[in-house]
Design a binder for this molecule. Structure first.
Ligand SMILES: *Cc1c(COP(=O)(O)O)cnc(C)c1O
Length: 345
């Protein structure tokens, strides 16, 4: 087989959820964000594993994603939709028992008369989704009268603990929700790690479950093992790959492996800072990443194995992200469709 194997460790996923759950007091619920197809790892499988592990509440970005999650977790868990109720969503929300987080007065006017369960998303300073303080104040009686199941907001800078906007948003959220009896939620992974002030009734981690920063103690969830297609000797002074970007400084052995930017290994990772692993032994990624192929300097190996690993316990999605100037979230959600996907646990 000349496709790479992406192994997704659902046991580690559940361990990460438990570890994040343990950060907050017992009375605080820890939900799970499984939007974007479970950060690219299959929302159905991810949600089913987390539900079995104890998660009772899930969040998706759009109603369509909630359908797959409902199928995977059965009737019991609550599934919230961040984008609320847009356009023709009402039928889908109703038929799959999904709870919209209403974001605007328009969504409130459209959805409230249906007398179905709903939540409210408030804007406490990120200016992306949610009702502004004045909009919410104007509708507060009507909304509280209808009994929202959850009132939430989202932090813009929680991955930077010292950022002054964290406290500003906390104060704004407290002021907006003062006196409300509905359950409240402010924090994703980053906010969960900011401490109890940020916890309210429910935390909503996403990326930390999947092994990404800012949850630095997370266990790796994805492993990527890439088959070696060919090895060759490259003489000192010869170059490798597009743009003749890498020049051998000595007679070298180069392995060509079967993944590239079409598999989500974005071209920016080929800037000379990453390794492929032969077991525990690092071998430098050299030259440019091409669509289906990557080249690796294996000169120092006694024996070139069938596969070289790009993601393991040592080199995580965050290392790939740093090499490419992006974030672990983008690496995870870019992992391609061509891999042989193996689920453990
Ligand atoms: C994506 C998202 C989350 C989860 O964020 P992570 O940083 O992945 O933990 C939580 N809440 C909202 C509103 C989101 O959009």
């Amino acid at each position: 087989m000349a496709v790479a194997t992406l192994t997704i460790d659902l046991n580690s996923l559940v361990e990460n959820w438990r570890a994040l759950d343990a950060v907050s007091a017992d009375a605080v619920e820890t939900a799970a964000v499984v939007k974007a197809d479970g950060y690219g790892l299959d929302a159905g499988r991810v949600a089913a594993a987390l539900a079995k592990g104890g998660a009772k509440t899930f969040f998706v970005a759009v109603a369509e994603e909630g359908v797959a999650v409902r199928k995977a977790v059965g009737a019991e868990p609550e599934i919230y939709v961040f984008s609320g109720c847009c356009g023709e969503d009402a039928a889908l929300l109703n038929s799959h028992d999904l709870i919209p987080l209403l974001n605007s007065p328009e969504q409130v006017y459209q959805f409230l008369p249906s007398a179905k369960p709903f939540g409210i998303q408030l804007d406490s300073g990120m200016n992306r989704l949610g009702m502004e303080p004045e909009e919410f104040a104007a509708l507060k009686d009507q909304i509280t009268g209808a009994g929202p199941k959850l009132v939430m907001s989202h932090l813009a800078c929680a991955d930077e603990p010292e950022h002054p906007q964290n406290k500003a948003q906390l104060d704004c959220f407290r002021a907006m929700t003062e006196g409300l009896t509905a359950r409240k939620s402010l924090s994703a992974t980053g906010g969960t790690l900011l401490g109890a002030d940020y916890h309210f009734d429910l935390n909503r981690p996403g990326v930390g479950l999947y092994g990404g920063a800012p949850f630095v103690d997370a266990k790796a969830v994805v492993r990527l093992s890439i088959p070696v297609i060919q090895t060759r000797t490259v003489r000192e002074g010869e170059t490798v790959g597009y743009g003749a970007n890498w020049t051998a400084q000595r007679d070298s052995k180069v392995a060509t492996i079967a993944s590239g930017y079409a598999d989500g290994l974005i071209r920016g990772i080929g800037n000379g800072t990453l390794n492929l692993y032969a077991g525990d032994t690092p071998c430098p990624l050299i030259g440019r990443v091409s669509m289906d192929l990557i080249t690796v300097d294996v000169t120092d190996l006694d024996h070139v194995p069938d596969h070289l690993d790009l993601l393991n316990d040592t080199q995580t999605v965050d290392h790939l992200a740093d090499a490419a100037g992006t974030i672990g979230y983008e690496i995870l959600t870019s992992l391609g469709a061509r891999y042989n996907r193996v689920y453990k646990g």
